[in-house]
Design a protein. Structure first.
Lengths: 252, 204
């Protein structure tokens, strides 16, 4: 990879930008209008505009903020820290990523998404996606193309994750709602079953009691046995009687 | 189901038995009436010794129409379904103006030969309703086993139910009313008997 504008990088180092960043004392100042921050002028203005325009468009329309930082060196400061410091200073959107390219480093570029993605996307998937994206970008022949490819990879990844995350959260919410509904329905069903079951059992119990009482009432009845004492010398009946006269005799 | 255990009738009923001849109160095991000396043999002199068979409906005077007979038969069946121990007999007769209807009933119950397959016990469970329509009299005579559950007071109410239909010359309905009222009286007797049977006999 050809490193352009060495004349700019060296003064920047000499000015102490990198040591200051490594010490955490870099003053970011206001965010530049462009989505490409290239204080050393590694990229041409044309190249910067070419990278910045689509990123600005995405930022405006989809609220996905991709910021490309191109620095000649970051010293011993971990690239994640450098990217995070720029993100904290300049990125207002929750959905953002920093594309950091340090031309002098063989492991450049880096794509550092906002921490919220770590909560949504599995760590292994995220890291693997970023690793492949940066590998593809690093394969480009020029710094301009590397930065451009990395920014496109970052934008694609964030778009994908954002829609996926929203979808998966929606799906998860829908699933939770459906599960809640199913549970509620099941509870209602159990409640109704218990109530109707109790009703049926009560009805059957009452019906059984009614049948028992009715059968007892309608069944034949036997009187207890009585010890017979014959009287008046009669074998079957002892003369017990009752008479009723309902009119005067009409016969002469 | 009938029980094997035999109870004394006095445990269930306190009403006295009356002599069919002179109406004096009798003890349950008197061999003759202490007042008039009546015994069953006297009825043989009155009514002879060749009685007709005591059929369920013995309509000697032809008082019942076919419908009446069917109505009476239905009521008898209902009574027998409810109280299978009881036997019901209905008899129309004109024993004579001076003849006693109770004595006639007494004679029929004791002298009439048992029907085929009829047992002595069944005869003792008999309730015989006698109707002398021309004389305007009805009477009930009961066997030894039936008299405990249908004492005089209950039979009076059953006979009273006959008055109105008899005056309207609806003999069949009168008998049906008697049978239905007697059935209701037996319900009361059964409830009382059931209660008394469960209670321990009181010590004298």
């Amino acid at each position: 990879v050809k490193i352009p504008h060495l004349a700019v990088i060296i003064p920047a180092i000499l000015l102490g930008v990198a040591p200051a960043m490594a010490a955490g004392g870099f003053v970011h100042g206001p965010r530049p209008e462009s989505s490409v921050f290239d204080p050393s002028g590694i990229l041409s203005a044309e190249n910067k505009r070419e990278i910045s325009e689509p990123l600005d468009l995405i930022r405006a329309s989809e609220r996905i903020d991709i910021l490309v930082i191109i620095l000649p060196t970051i010293g011993n400061t971990p690239p994640q820290n450098v990217a995070n410091s720029f993100a904290e200073a300049w990125c207002e959107n929750e959905i953002h990523a920093i594309v950091l390219h340090v031309p002098g480093r063989h492991d450049s570029p880096w794509i550092v998404p906002s921490p919220s993605f770590r909560r949504i996307i599995r760590s292994g998937t995220l890291d693997e996606t970023l690793r492949q994206a940066t590998r593809r970008a690093a394969a480009e022949p020029t710094h301009h193309l590397i930065a451009r490819a990395a920014s496109i990879e970052a934008a694609d990844a964030l778009r994908h994750w954002t829609s996926g995350a929203v979808l998966s959260s929606e799906v998860r919410l829908r699933q939770q709602a459906e599960a809640r509904l199913a549970l509620e329905k099941r509870r209602r069903l159990i409640k109704m079953s218990v109530i109707s079951g109790a009703g049926v059992v009560s009805f059957l119990g009452l019906a059984l009691v009614w049948i028992f009482l009715t059968s007892r009432k309608r069944g034949s009845r036997h009187f207890p046995g009585i010890r017979v004492h014959t009287r008046l010398g009669a074998p079957h009946a002892g003369g017990n009687h009752t008479v009723l006269e309902f009119k005067r005799p009409s016969r002469p | 189901m009938p029980e094997d255990k035999l109870f004394s009738a006095k445990r269930f009923v306190t009403e006295a038995i009356r002599c069919p001849s002179c109406e004096k109160h009798l003890d349950r095991d008197d061999k003759w009436c202490p007042r008039c000396g009546f015994t069953g043999a006297a009825t043989i002199d009155l009514f002879g010794d060749k009685p007709p068979p005591l059929l369920p409906i013995l309509d000697a005077t032809g008082a019942f129409s076919e419908n009446d007979a069917a109505l009476i038969q239905r009521e008898i069946q209902r009574n027998q379904q409810r109280f299978p121990q009881f036997e019901w007999r209905v008899c129309t007769a004109t024993p004579g103006v001076d003849a006693s209807l109770p004595l006639f009933g007494f004679w029929l119950l004791n002298v009439c030969p048992l029907l085929p397959e009829e047992t002595v016990e069944q005869r003792q469970w008999c309730v015989l309703l006698l109707i002398d329509e021309p004389a305007g009299r009805v009477a009930v005579a009961t066997g030894y086993l039936a008299e405990t559950w249908l004492p005089h007071s209950r039979l009076e109410s059953a006979l009273a139910a006959m008055r109105e239909p008899m005056l309207a010359s609806r003999q069949g309905q009168a008998v049906a009313d008697f049978l239905a009222t007697a059935r209701a009286a037996l319900e009361d007797s059964w409830a009382l008997a059931d209660k008394t049977r469960r209670r321990k006999p009181s010590r004298p």
